[in-house]
Design a protein around this ligand. Sequence first.
Ligand SMILES: Cc1cc2nc3c(=O)[nH]c(=O)nc-3n(C[C@H](O)[C@H](O)[C@H](O)COP(=O)(O)OP(=O)(O)OC[C@H]3O[C@@H](n4cnc5c(N)ncnc54)[C@H](O)[C@@H]3O)c2cc1C
Ligand code: SF4
Length: 560
Amino acid sequence: MVSNEAALPPREAMEFDVVIVGAGPAGLAAAIRLKQLAAQAGSEISVVVLEKGSAVGAHILSGAVIDPKGLNRLIPDWKEKGAPVETEVKTDKFLVLTKRGSFRLPNLLMPPLMSNHGNYIVSLGALCIWLGEQAAELGVEVYPGFAAAEVLYDEKGAVVGVATGDMGVGRDDEPTANFVRGMELRGKYTFFAEGARGSLTKQLIKKFDLDQGSDPQKYGIGLKELWQVAPERHEPGLVQHSFGWPLDSRTGGGSFLYHYGDGLVSVGFVVHLNYENPYLSPYQEFQRFKTHPAIRPTFEGGKRIGYGARALTEGGWQSIPKLVFPGGALLGCAAGFMNVPRIKGSHNAILSGIAAADAAFAAIEEGRAQDRLEAYEEEVRSGDIARDLKPVRNAKPLWSRFGTYLGVTLGGIDMWLNTILPGIGLGFTLRHRKPDYATLKKAADAEPIAYPKPDGVLTFDRLTNVSFSGTNHEEDQPVHLKLTDPSIPVAVNLPEFAEPAQRYCPAAVYEIVTDPDGTPRFQINAQNCVHCKTCDIKDPSQNITWVCPEGGGGPNYTGM
Ligand SMILES: Cc1cc2nc3c(=O)[nH]c(=O)nc-3n(C[C@H](O)[C@H](O)[C@H](O)COP(=O)(O)OP(=O)(O)OC[C@H]3O[C@@H](n4cnc5c(N)ncnc54)[C@H](O)[C@@H]3O)c2cc1C
Ligand code: SF4
């Protein structure tokens, strides 16, 4: 935002029926469904989708093994229409890793809801590109390269749309020669489909107290590399998950390895962000995971072709906030519809887009605007999303309370009970106690972790890997990682927590550098940011706010 906003010309405004922020599976599903409903009813509806990535899919990072139930409902003939959903899951493997060994859990032990039978291994980014094309064909206006930077309210406090950020603002908050004023996009309803820890979603949750009746949202950080592996190492349709080493049993998380397409393997590692040791580096845990004797052979003779990271929501059922407010709704992972034990959220993202579109279309047909879409909230709380999330609601809190081995076992028993006695399970809902920023131990009480050096073949340093994310930001722009109090990193976080931002950021954005006079200084290399949102979640002082940089900046993922 420029320093003297009042001196700027007013923004131009465009009117739509529905404004959608975010071209992920949730936002695009909502857009497509709105147009489908209008076509069926023989009426017109105007829909716009804003996407901060330079192209649709550029900021999408996922596993991804998808449960096709959302896609089946949205576009039943997706196969005939050429959706990039080709590799059907053939084999499901669950490994427990110890420092030197591993054992496979028999599939018979796994609760049926964990089976990937009938699911597909995809690039979610590629699927979003295709969904974006379907939306555009139906007449949706899809605008990549435009970040929604501000929520617009009317005089009664209802949401009436969003404004895109001004472009060409310099690092000193002054307009440059390239200055272009942002636009207002106004709608009868505005959907926020920003994914996990959306920057506008966070403001809306606070403004409308949407999380008053729910537990704190929980998160994980997911790091991923895409590999082209040697043909003899490729097993198309293999889905392999692991937990255990290199994480200790107090730290939740695990890995995924999905073989798909033409010699491709998606390998990823998730660390639950309620980890306690401030010396832990999720990135380094991912790198050392690949060196395990049960994992390393997959990558021999292969090459890493992509890298990225993204936060995912883990709170599940008990952390879902109120979804609707006057003039708008939260969709997909902005609301937290991720099924943690299944590591799947894209099906619920699509289902939520469909449900929100159904509610908005009915409301607009009745001549309504800017009110609460309660029908959407009711559908989520009683429909397919509820049926998916309720039976697994205790898995994550059990893991957090009892550690990996006992917690996962108890979670498995609860999910089995839910299968045998639907809707009953353990018979109660465990709460999430603390937000993730409040779980770090003091550095003085924690053990530093010595990580091995990267070998440049199987393991890589962060900056080399970031170059495989295609990340690019206009350099002359205000830093988009805002510190509420610039003194806190050095005055508080460094002595108390050894400033964990140096380690949790997967893109080496934060550094403590020492000035010539020996004074430590907190340096923010904002241009490296891959938009994962981990700093906004995990900073122990809650002093970092992630805001949208200029639209079009950030990672340029392909095939993630
Ligand atoms: C490592 C990892 C592995 C996963 N594995 C799986 C899996 O195997 N199967 C599965 O089903 N799910 C998986 N998930 C979860 C899945 O990716 C999410 O549930 C899904 O992407 C959520 O969809 P969404 O549309 O809500 O949000 P997103 O996919 O995050 O999309 C949000 C979009 O909104 C854009 N945006 C955000 N803010 C703004 C703004 N202010 N202005 C403009 N644009 C904005 C973003 O750039 C992005 O394109 C995984 C997630 C991660 C991180
Ligand atoms: S600066 Fe924050 S949002 Fe950006 S990559 Fe680092 S942790 Fe993620």
